[in-house]
Design a protein. Structure first.
Length: 493
Protein backbone atom coordinates (compact mmCIF):
# COMPACT_ATOMS: atom_id res chain seq x y z
CA UNK A 1 0.00 0.00 0.00
CA UNK A 2 1.20 3.46 -0.85
CA UNK A 3 1.14 6.29 1.66
CA UNK A 4 -2.18 8.10 2.01
CA UNK A 5 -1.92 11.74 1.01
CA UNK A 6 -4.18 14.54 2.18
CA UNK A 7 -4.31 18.33 2.57
CA UNK A 8 -4.76 20.60 5.58
CA UNK A 9 -4.73 24.33 6.24
CA UNK A 10 -4.04 24.18 9.97
CA UNK A 11 -1.09 26.44 10.90
CA UNK A 12 2.08 24.40 11.50
CA UNK A 13 2.54 25.39 15.15
CA UNK A 14 -0.98 24.31 16.10
CA UNK A 15 -1.31 21.16 13.98
CA UNK A 16 -1.92 18.02 15.99
CA UNK A 17 0.48 15.78 14.07
CA UNK A 18 3.20 13.41 15.32
CA UNK A 19 5.71 15.36 13.23
CA UNK A 20 5.78 18.66 11.36
CA UNK A 21 8.30 19.09 8.54
CA UNK A 22 9.70 22.50 7.68
CA UNK A 23 12.66 23.74 5.69
CA UNK A 24 15.58 26.05 6.49
CA UNK A 25 18.17 27.52 4.11
CA UNK A 26 21.87 27.29 4.92
CA UNK A 27 22.08 31.01 5.81
CA UNK A 28 19.53 30.37 8.53
CA UNK A 29 16.65 31.98 6.68
CA UNK A 30 13.36 30.19 7.08
CA UNK A 31 10.29 29.38 5.08
CA UNK A 32 6.97 30.83 6.25
CA UNK A 33 6.06 27.68 8.18
CA UNK A 34 9.50 27.47 9.82
CA UNK A 35 9.19 31.14 10.81
CA UNK A 36 5.84 30.42 12.46
CA UNK A 37 7.31 27.48 14.36
CA UNK A 38 10.26 29.63 15.38
CA UNK A 39 8.00 32.42 16.66
CA UNK A 40 5.68 30.06 18.52
CA UNK A 41 8.65 28.35 20.19
CA UNK A 42 10.25 31.65 21.24
CA UNK A 43 13.09 31.44 18.71
CA UNK A 44 14.02 27.79 19.19
CA UNK A 45 14.88 27.16 15.53
CA UNK A 46 17.01 30.28 15.33
CA UNK A 47 18.96 29.21 18.44
CA UNK A 48 19.41 25.67 17.11
CA UNK A 49 20.80 27.11 13.89
CA UNK A 50 23.17 29.41 15.77
CA UNK A 51 24.37 26.55 17.98
CA UNK A 52 25.10 24.45 14.89
CA UNK A 53 22.50 21.78 15.70
CA UNK A 54 20.84 22.67 12.42
CA UNK A 55 23.31 23.00 9.54
CA UNK A 56 20.53 23.42 6.97
CA UNK A 57 22.80 21.92 4.32
CA UNK A 58 21.00 20.38 1.39
CA UNK A 59 20.56 16.66 2.05
CA UNK A 60 20.68 17.03 5.83
CA UNK A 61 17.89 17.07 8.38
CA UNK A 62 17.53 17.37 12.14
CA UNK A 63 14.71 16.27 14.39
CA UNK A 64 13.62 18.04 17.59
CA UNK A 65 11.28 16.74 20.22
CA UNK A 66 8.84 18.57 22.42
CA UNK A 67 9.54 22.17 21.43
CA UNK A 68 7.69 24.44 23.86
CA UNK A 69 4.78 26.22 22.21
CA UNK A 70 4.46 23.68 19.38
CA UNK A 71 1.53 21.31 19.45
CA UNK A 72 3.25 18.61 17.41
CA UNK A 73 5.62 16.38 19.37
CA UNK A 74 8.31 16.50 16.72
CA UNK A 75 9.67 19.09 14.35
CA UNK A 76 11.77 17.85 11.44
CA UNK A 77 13.93 20.60 9.98
CA UNK A 78 15.08 19.76 6.48
CA UNK A 79 18.15 21.51 5.11
CA UNK A 80 17.53 23.41 1.86
CA UNK A 81 21.07 24.61 1.16
CA UNK A 82 21.70 27.96 -0.51
CA UNK A 83 18.55 29.87 -1.23
CA UNK A 84 19.85 31.16 -4.58
CA UNK A 85 20.53 27.59 -5.74
CA UNK A 86 17.28 26.11 -4.52
CA UNK A 87 15.86 24.62 -7.73
CA UNK A 88 13.63 21.67 -8.65
CA UNK A 89 16.40 19.11 -8.11
CA UNK A 90 17.21 20.64 -4.70
CA UNK A 91 13.54 20.53 -3.73
CA UNK A 92 13.42 16.87 -4.66
CA UNK A 93 16.59 16.19 -2.68
CA UNK A 94 15.14 17.90 0.40
CA UNK A 95 11.87 16.00 0.01
CA UNK A 96 13.74 12.70 -0.30
CA UNK A 97 15.70 13.51 2.84
CA UNK A 98 12.46 14.22 4.68
CA UNK A 99 11.18 10.83 3.54
CA UNK A 100 14.35 9.11 4.68
CA UNK A 101 14.17 10.75 8.11
CA UNK A 102 10.46 9.92 8.49
CA UNK A 103 11.05 6.26 7.81
CA UNK A 104 13.24 6.06 10.91
CA UNK A 105 10.55 7.51 13.22
CA UNK A 106 7.95 5.41 15.09
CA UNK A 107 5.00 7.40 13.76
CA UNK A 108 2.07 6.67 11.48
CA UNK A 109 1.58 10.13 10.04
CA UNK A 110 3.31 13.45 9.53
CA UNK A 111 2.58 16.92 8.19
CA UNK A 112 4.80 18.42 5.53
CA UNK A 113 5.10 22.16 5.02
CA UNK A 114 7.56 21.86 2.14
CA UNK A 115 5.05 22.75 -0.59
CA UNK A 116 5.22 26.44 0.34
CA UNK A 117 8.91 26.67 -0.67
CA UNK A 118 9.64 28.85 -3.69
CA UNK A 119 10.93 26.83 -6.65
CA UNK A 120 11.47 28.61 -9.95
CA UNK A 121 9.20 27.38 -12.76
CA UNK A 122 7.41 24.83 -10.55
CA UNK A 123 3.89 25.28 -9.26
CA UNK A 124 2.24 24.03 -6.08
CA UNK A 125 0.88 20.95 -7.84
CA UNK A 126 4.39 19.94 -8.87
CA UNK A 127 5.77 20.49 -5.38
CA UNK A 128 2.94 18.52 -3.84
CA UNK A 129 3.46 15.59 -6.18
CA UNK A 130 7.21 15.63 -5.85
CA UNK A 131 7.12 15.72 -2.05
CA UNK A 132 4.52 12.94 -1.97
CA UNK A 133 6.44 10.67 -4.34
CA UNK A 134 9.70 11.29 -2.51
CA UNK A 135 8.10 10.24 0.78
CA UNK A 136 6.56 7.15 -0.79
CA UNK A 137 9.90 6.21 -2.35
CA UNK A 138 11.33 5.88 1.17
CA UNK A 139 8.20 4.48 2.80
CA UNK A 140 8.27 1.43 0.52
CA UNK A 141 9.69 -1.65 2.21
CA UNK A 142 10.64 -4.89 0.53
CA UNK A 143 9.44 -7.69 2.79
CA UNK A 144 8.23 -10.44 0.46
CA UNK A 145 11.04 -12.92 1.02
CA UNK A 146 11.85 -12.48 4.69
CA UNK A 147 10.60 -14.77 7.41
CA UNK A 148 7.31 -13.19 8.52
CA UNK A 149 7.97 -10.93 11.48
CA UNK A 150 5.69 -10.27 14.43
CA UNK A 151 3.68 -7.09 14.21
CA UNK A 152 6.14 -4.22 14.65
CA UNK A 153 5.93 -2.71 18.14
CA UNK A 154 6.17 0.81 16.80
CA UNK A 155 4.01 2.57 14.25
CA UNK A 156 5.07 2.92 10.63
CA UNK A 157 4.42 5.83 8.35
CA UNK A 158 1.08 5.40 6.60
CA UNK A 159 -0.07 8.87 5.75
CA UNK A 160 1.26 12.28 4.96
CA UNK A 161 -0.60 15.57 5.26
CA UNK A 162 0.45 18.58 3.21
CA UNK A 163 -0.18 22.13 4.28
CA UNK A 164 -1.27 23.39 0.91
CA UNK A 165 -4.26 24.84 -0.82
CA UNK A 166 -6.85 22.69 -2.52
CA UNK A 167 -5.12 20.55 -5.14
CA UNK A 168 -6.93 17.26 -5.44
CA UNK A 169 -5.64 16.56 -8.93
CA UNK A 170 -2.00 16.73 -7.81
CA UNK A 171 -2.72 14.35 -4.95
CA UNK A 172 -4.46 11.81 -7.14
CA UNK A 173 -1.60 11.99 -9.64
CA UNK A 174 0.88 11.42 -6.83
CA UNK A 175 -1.11 8.46 -5.54
CA UNK A 176 -1.42 6.93 -9.01
CA UNK A 177 2.25 7.37 -9.87
CA UNK A 178 3.21 6.00 -6.44
CA UNK A 179 1.10 2.87 -7.10
CA UNK A 180 2.73 2.35 -10.47
CA UNK A 181 6.20 2.91 -9.06
CA UNK A 182 5.54 0.42 -6.25
CA UNK A 183 4.16 -2.15 -8.68
CA UNK A 184 7.33 -1.85 -10.78
CA UNK A 185 9.66 -1.88 -7.78
CA UNK A 186 8.13 -4.95 -6.19
CA UNK A 187 8.36 -6.96 -9.43
CA UNK A 188 11.94 -5.79 -9.88
CA UNK A 189 12.98 -6.68 -6.35
CA UNK A 190 11.45 -10.14 -6.23
CA UNK A 191 13.98 -12.91 -6.86
CA UNK A 192 14.07 -14.68 -10.22
CA UNK A 193 12.91 -17.99 -8.75
CA UNK A 194 9.64 -16.28 -7.84
CA UNK A 195 9.35 -13.53 -10.43
CA UNK A 196 9.60 -15.72 -13.53
CA UNK A 197 7.60 -15.24 -16.74
CA UNK A 198 4.55 -17.05 -15.31
CA UNK A 199 4.60 -14.80 -12.24
CA UNK A 200 4.61 -11.65 -14.38
CA UNK A 201 1.70 -13.07 -16.36
CA UNK A 202 -0.20 -13.92 -13.15
CA UNK A 203 0.33 -10.47 -11.66
CA UNK A 204 -0.90 -8.87 -14.88
CA UNK A 205 -3.99 -11.10 -14.92
CA UNK A 206 -4.65 -10.28 -11.26
CA UNK A 207 -4.42 -6.57 -11.97
CA UNK A 208 -6.87 -6.89 -14.85
CA UNK A 209 -9.26 -8.96 -12.75
CA UNK A 210 -9.36 -6.30 -10.04
CA UNK A 211 -9.75 -3.27 -12.31
CA UNK A 212 -12.80 -2.50 -14.39
CA UNK A 213 -12.11 -1.79 -18.02
CA UNK A 214 -8.76 -3.61 -18.08
CA UNK A 215 -8.33 -6.62 -20.35
CA UNK A 216 -5.42 -9.01 -20.17
CA UNK A 217 -4.35 -11.68 -22.60
CA UNK A 218 -1.36 -13.99 -22.21
CA UNK A 219 0.25 -15.38 -25.33
CA UNK A 220 1.77 -18.81 -24.67
CA UNK A 221 4.66 -20.47 -26.47
CA UNK A 222 2.31 -22.16 -28.97
CA UNK A 223 0.63 -18.82 -29.74
CA UNK A 224 4.01 -17.26 -30.37
CA UNK A 225 5.05 -20.17 -32.56
CA UNK A 226 1.96 -19.59 -34.70
CA UNK A 227 2.85 -15.91 -34.97
CA UNK A 228 6.38 -16.81 -36.08
CA UNK A 229 8.19 -15.15 -33.17
CA UNK A 230 11.36 -17.11 -33.90
CA UNK A 231 13.60 -14.56 -32.28
CA UNK A 232 11.84 -14.28 -28.91
CA UNK A 233 11.34 -18.04 -28.77
CA UNK A 234 15.02 -18.72 -29.42
CA UNK A 235 15.99 -16.76 -26.32
CA UNK A 236 13.51 -18.75 -24.21
CA UNK A 237 14.69 -22.15 -25.41
CA UNK A 238 17.33 -22.72 -22.76
CA UNK A 239 14.91 -22.12 -19.92
CA UNK A 240 12.62 -24.54 -18.11
CA UNK A 241 10.29 -21.56 -17.55
CA UNK A 242 8.16 -21.08 -20.65
CA UNK A 243 7.96 -17.56 -22.12
CA UNK A 244 4.86 -15.39 -21.73
CA UNK A 245 3.83 -12.41 -23.79
CA UNK A 246 1.55 -10.30 -21.64
CA UNK A 247 -0.89 -7.96 -23.39
CA UNK A 248 -2.87 -5.51 -21.24
CA UNK A 249 -5.43 -3.12 -22.67
CA UNK A 250 -7.08 -0.01 -21.30
CA UNK A 251 -9.68 1.66 -23.48
CA UNK A 252 -10.10 5.00 -21.73
CA UNK A 253 -10.01 6.91 -25.00
CA UNK A 254 -12.63 7.34 -27.65
CA UNK A 255 -13.58 4.32 -29.68
CA UNK A 256 -11.36 4.04 -32.70
CA UNK A 257 -8.65 6.37 -31.34
CA UNK A 258 -5.26 4.81 -32.05
CA UNK A 259 -3.62 3.42 -28.92
CA UNK A 260 -0.29 4.18 -27.37
CA UNK A 261 1.58 0.92 -27.12
CA UNK A 262 4.16 0.35 -24.37
CA UNK A 263 6.58 -2.57 -24.79
CA UNK A 264 8.85 -3.78 -22.00
CA UNK A 265 11.86 -6.11 -21.83
CA UNK A 266 11.03 -8.72 -19.24
CA UNK A 267 14.08 -10.98 -19.01
CA UNK A 268 13.36 -12.43 -15.56
CA UNK A 269 16.97 -13.56 -15.31
CA UNK A 270 19.80 -12.92 -17.74
CA UNK A 271 22.65 -15.40 -17.38
CA UNK A 272 23.89 -14.38 -20.82
CA UNK A 273 22.94 -17.85 -22.12
CA UNK A 274 25.70 -19.79 -23.89
CA UNK A 275 27.65 -16.49 -24.03
CA UNK A 276 27.60 -16.82 -20.24
CA UNK A 277 28.13 -13.72 -18.12
CA UNK A 278 30.93 -13.67 -15.54
CA UNK A 279 29.82 -14.70 -12.05
CA UNK A 280 30.57 -11.42 -10.32
CA UNK A 281 27.49 -9.25 -10.43
CA UNK A 282 25.34 -11.75 -12.27
CA UNK A 283 22.79 -11.63 -9.44
CA UNK A 284 21.92 -8.12 -10.55
CA UNK A 285 20.44 -9.60 -13.69
CA UNK A 286 17.24 -10.39 -11.81
CA UNK A 287 16.52 -6.73 -12.58
CA UNK A 288 16.63 -7.44 -16.31
CA UNK A 289 12.82 -7.46 -16.33
CA UNK A 290 12.60 -3.85 -15.17
CA UNK A 291 11.58 -2.61 -18.62
CA UNK A 292 8.50 -4.84 -18.42
CA UNK A 293 7.95 -3.86 -14.79
CA UNK A 294 8.20 -0.18 -15.70
CA UNK A 295 5.68 -0.52 -18.51
CA UNK A 296 3.29 -2.49 -16.30
CA UNK A 297 3.75 0.14 -13.59
CA UNK A 298 2.99 2.91 -16.07
CA UNK A 299 -0.11 1.01 -17.12
CA UNK A 300 -1.15 0.73 -13.45
CA UNK A 301 -0.73 4.51 -13.00
CA UNK A 302 -2.68 5.29 -16.17
CA UNK A 303 -5.56 3.02 -15.14
CA UNK A 304 -5.64 4.45 -11.63
CA UNK A 305 -5.91 7.93 -13.15
CA UNK A 306 -8.49 6.62 -15.65
CA UNK A 307 -6.63 8.53 -18.36
CA UNK A 308 -8.78 9.24 -21.42
CA UNK A 309 -6.53 7.36 -23.83
CA UNK A 310 -6.34 3.93 -25.37
CA UNK A 311 -3.33 2.12 -24.02
CA UNK A 312 -1.77 -1.26 -24.73
CA UNK A 313 1.02 -2.65 -22.59
CA UNK A 314 3.10 -5.57 -23.86
CA UNK A 315 5.50 -7.31 -21.49
CA UNK A 316 7.83 -9.84 -23.08
CA UNK A 317 8.64 -12.18 -20.20
CA UNK A 318 11.44 -14.64 -20.93
CA UNK A 319 14.35 -16.21 -19.06
CA UNK A 320 17.79 -16.37 -20.73
CA UNK A 321 19.54 -19.58 -19.66
CA UNK A 322 22.32 -21.85 -21.00
CA UNK A 323 21.19 -25.43 -21.66
CA UNK A 324 21.49 -28.28 -24.14
CA UNK A 325 18.46 -26.85 -25.86
CA UNK A 326 19.59 -23.23 -25.68
CA UNK A 327 20.13 -21.06 -28.75
CA UNK A 328 23.75 -20.44 -29.64
CA UNK A 329 26.10 -17.94 -31.22
CA UNK A 330 25.96 -18.36 -35.01
CA UNK A 331 22.32 -19.44 -35.02
CA UNK A 332 20.25 -17.61 -37.61
CA UNK A 333 16.76 -16.80 -36.40
CA UNK A 334 13.69 -15.76 -38.34
CA UNK A 335 11.84 -12.98 -36.59
CA UNK A 336 8.11 -12.35 -36.80
CA UNK A 337 8.86 -9.47 -39.19
CA UNK A 338 10.47 -11.97 -41.59
CA UNK A 339 13.91 -10.45 -41.16
CA UNK A 340 16.57 -12.99 -40.31
CA UNK A 341 19.01 -12.38 -37.46
CA UNK A 342 22.49 -13.78 -36.97
CA UNK A 343 23.14 -14.38 -33.28
CA UNK A 344 26.69 -13.29 -32.50
CA UNK A 345 26.21 -13.23 -28.76
CA UNK A 346 23.40 -14.85 -26.80
CA UNK A 347 23.86 -12.18 -24.13
CA UNK A 348 22.46 -9.57 -26.52
CA UNK A 349 19.08 -11.20 -25.90
CA UNK A 350 16.99 -8.17 -24.98
CA UNK A 351 16.81 -6.90 -28.54
CA UNK A 352 15.89 -10.42 -29.70
CA UNK A 353 12.77 -10.58 -27.57
CA UNK A 354 11.90 -6.93 -28.14
CA UNK A 355 12.04 -7.14 -31.92
CA UNK A 356 9.21 -9.67 -31.98
CA UNK A 357 7.25 -7.79 -29.33
CA UNK A 358 7.65 -4.58 -31.36
CA UNK A 359 6.43 -6.34 -34.51
CA UNK A 360 3.46 -7.67 -32.56
CA UNK A 361 2.75 -4.14 -31.26
CA UNK A 362 2.07 -2.99 -34.80
CA UNK A 363 -1.09 -5.06 -35.05
CA UNK A 364 -2.77 -2.57 -32.71
CA UNK A 365 -2.43 0.22 -35.30
CA UNK A 366 -0.55 2.34 -32.75
CA UNK A 367 -0.39 6.11 -32.56
CA UNK A 368 3.03 5.65 -31.00
CA UNK A 369 5.15 2.78 -29.68
CA UNK A 370 7.53 3.22 -26.75
CA UNK A 371 9.76 0.50 -25.40
CA UNK A 372 11.77 0.38 -22.19
CA UNK A 373 14.58 -2.06 -21.58
CA UNK A 374 17.61 -2.68 -19.42
CA UNK A 375 19.28 -3.18 -22.75
CA UNK A 376 22.98 -2.38 -22.59
CA UNK A 377 25.84 -1.97 -20.16
CA UNK A 378 27.12 0.51 -22.74
CA UNK A 379 24.29 2.88 -21.87
CA UNK A 380 25.44 2.89 -18.24
CA UNK A 381 28.98 3.64 -19.41
CA UNK A 382 27.72 6.52 -21.54
CA UNK A 383 25.24 8.15 -19.17
CA UNK A 384 25.95 6.75 -15.72
CA UNK A 385 23.11 5.99 -13.35
CA UNK A 386 21.23 9.27 -13.48
CA UNK A 387 19.77 9.44 -16.98
CA UNK A 388 17.96 6.86 -19.06
CA UNK A 389 19.06 6.72 -22.70
CA UNK A 390 16.43 7.95 -25.14
CA UNK A 391 16.62 6.95 -28.78
CA UNK A 392 14.12 7.91 -31.45
CA UNK A 393 14.03 9.31 -34.95
CA UNK A 394 10.91 11.33 -34.12
CA UNK A 395 11.80 14.86 -33.01
CA UNK A 396 8.42 15.64 -31.51
CA UNK A 397 8.30 12.42 -29.53
CA UNK A 398 11.86 13.04 -28.31
CA UNK A 399 10.88 16.50 -27.09
CA UNK A 400 7.76 15.19 -25.34
CA UNK A 401 9.62 12.41 -23.54
CA UNK A 402 12.57 14.60 -22.54
CA UNK A 403 10.13 17.19 -21.24
CA UNK A 404 8.20 14.62 -19.19
CA UNK A 405 11.48 13.38 -17.74
CA UNK A 406 12.63 16.89 -16.83
CA UNK A 407 9.29 17.63 -15.22
CA UNK A 408 9.34 14.53 -13.02
CA UNK A 409 13.13 14.52 -12.56
CA UNK A 410 13.01 10.98 -13.94
CA UNK A 411 15.27 12.25 -16.65
CA UNK A 412 16.36 10.88 -19.99
CA UNK A 413 19.13 12.01 -22.33
CA UNK A 414 19.00 11.53 -26.04
CA UNK A 415 21.47 9.45 -28.03
CA UNK A 416 21.51 9.58 -31.84
CA UNK A 417 20.10 6.93 -34.16
CA UNK A 418 21.82 8.21 -37.28
CA UNK A 419 21.98 5.97 -40.32
CA UNK A 420 25.78 5.92 -40.08
CA UNK A 421 25.52 3.59 -37.09
CA UNK A 422 23.37 1.01 -38.87
CA UNK A 423 26.21 -0.67 -40.79
CA UNK A 424 27.63 -1.94 -37.49
CA UNK A 425 24.85 -4.54 -37.65
CA UNK A 426 25.80 -5.93 -41.08
CA UNK A 427 25.97 -9.70 -41.30
CA UNK A 428 27.27 -12.05 -44.02
CA UNK A 429 24.67 -14.67 -43.06
CA UNK A 430 21.46 -12.85 -42.20
CA UNK A 431 19.62 -9.59 -42.71
CA UNK A 432 21.00 -8.23 -39.46
CA UNK A 433 23.38 -9.26 -36.67
CA UNK A 434 22.37 -9.02 -33.03
CA UNK A 435 25.66 -7.36 -32.12
CA UNK A 436 27.23 -4.09 -33.20
CA UNK A 437 30.91 -3.23 -33.20
CA UNK A 438 33.15 -2.22 -30.34
CA UNK A 439 31.72 1.25 -29.91
CA UNK A 440 28.39 2.91 -29.25
CA UNK A 441 26.74 -0.23 -27.91
CA UNK A 442 23.62 1.54 -26.61
CA UNK A 443 23.11 3.17 -30.00
CA UNK A 444 23.69 0.06 -32.11
CA UNK A 445 21.20 -1.79 -29.88
CA UNK A 446 18.73 1.04 -30.59
CA UNK A 447 19.54 0.73 -34.31
CA UNK A 448 18.72 -2.96 -34.15
CA UNK A 449 15.29 -2.19 -32.69
CA UNK A 450 14.70 0.58 -35.23
CA UNK A 451 14.71 -2.04 -38.00
CA UNK A 452 11.57 -3.53 -36.50
CA UNK A 453 9.64 -0.28 -36.18
CA UNK A 454 10.06 1.32 -39.60
CA UNK A 455 7.08 3.43 -40.57
CA UNK A 456 5.94 3.86 -36.96
CA UNK A 457 6.39 6.63 -34.43
CA UNK A 458 8.63 4.89 -31.94
CA UNK A 459 11.00 5.66 -29.09
CA UNK A 460 13.31 3.45 -27.07
CA UNK A 461 14.36 4.02 -23.47
CA UNK A 462 17.48 2.20 -22.28
CA UNK A 463 17.02 2.05 -18.51
CA UNK A 464 20.01 -0.21 -17.75
CA UNK A 465 21.51 2.46 -15.49
CA UNK A 466 18.36 3.85 -13.91
CA UNK A 467 16.09 0.91 -13.12
CA UNK A 468 17.80 -0.12 -9.91
CA UNK A 469 20.27 1.19 -7.37
CA UNK A 470 23.74 -0.26 -7.26
CA UNK A 471 25.12 -2.57 -4.62
CA UNK A 472 24.17 -5.58 -2.51
CA UNK A 473 21.23 -3.73 -1.04
CA UNK A 474 20.25 -1.78 -4.15
CA UNK A 475 16.52 -1.81 -4.81
CA UNK A 476 14.53 -1.28 -7.98
CA UNK A 477 13.75 2.42 -8.49
CA UNK A 478 10.47 2.18 -10.39
CA UNK A 479 11.90 4.27 -13.22
CA UNK A 480 10.71 5.11 -15.88
CA UNK A 481 7.16 5.05 -14.44
CA UNK A 482 7.16 8.77 -13.47
CA UNK A 483 8.52 9.86 -16.86
CA UNK A 484 6.08 7.78 -18.88
CA UNK A 485 3.04 8.51 -16.73
CA UNK A 486 3.78 12.22 -17.07
CA UNK A 487 4.12 11.79 -20.83
CA UNK A 488 0.68 10.16 -20.93
CA UNK A 489 -0.84 12.82 -18.65
CA UNK A 490 0.58 15.54 -20.92
CA UNK A 491 -0.84 13.81 -23.97
CA UNK A 492 -4.29 13.99 -22.40
CA UNK A 493 -4.08 17.70 -21.62
N1 LIG B 1 20.79 -7.06 -19.53
C1 LIG B 1 22.02 -6.79 -20.16
C2 LIG B 1 22.41 -5.33 -20.08
C3 LIG B 1 22.88 -4.85 -18.75
C4 LIG B 1 24.13 -5.12 -18.30
C5 LIG B 1 22.06 -4.04 -18.01
C6 LIG B 1 24.56 -4.63 -17.09
C7 LIG B 1 22.49 -3.52 -16.81
C8 LIG B 1 23.74 -3.83 -16.35
C9 LIG B 1 21.94 -7.16 -21.63
O1 LIG B 1 21.16 -8.25 -21.94
C10 LIG B 1 23.32 -7.51 -22.04
O2 LIG B 1 23.83 -8.49 -21.59
N2 LIG B 1 23.90 -6.67 -22.87
C11 LIG B 1 25.20 -6.87 -23.32
C12 LIG B 1 25.18 -6.61 -24.80
C13 LIG B 1 26.40 -7.04 -25.51
C14 LIG B 1 26.54 -8.55 -25.49
C15 LIG B 1 26.31 -6.53 -26.92
C16 LIG B 1 26.10 -5.87 -22.63
O3 LIG B 1 25.67 -4.75 -22.37
O4 LIG B 1 27.22 -6.22 -22.32
MN1 LIG C 1 22.19 -10.08 -21.82
ZN1 LIG D 1 19.61 -8.63 -20.66
Amino acid sequence: MTLKFSLSDTPPESTDSPCVIVGMYSDGSMSAAATRIDKASAGALKRLFESGDITAKLGSSSIFFGLAGIKSGRVLVVGLGEKAKFDAAAFNRAALEAGRALKALPIASATSCLVELEVADRDAAWKLRTAALAADMHAYRYTATFKPKDEPKTARLESLVFTSTENKRALSEAAAIASGVRFARELGNLPPNICNPAYIADQSMAFAASHDGVECEILEREDMEKLGMGSLLAVSRGSANPPKLVVLKWNGGSKGAKPTVLVGKGITFDTGGISLKPGAGMEEMKFDMCGAAGMLGTFVSAVELALPINLVCIAAAVENMPDGNAYRPSDVLTSMSGQTIEVLNTDAEGRLILCDALTYAQKFDPEVIIDAATLTGACVVALGKHASGLMTQDEELAAQLLDAGNHTLDRAWRLPLWDEYQSALDSAFADVANLGGKYGGAITAGCFLSRFTTGFRWAHLDIAGTAWNEGRKGLATGRPVPLLTQYLINRCA
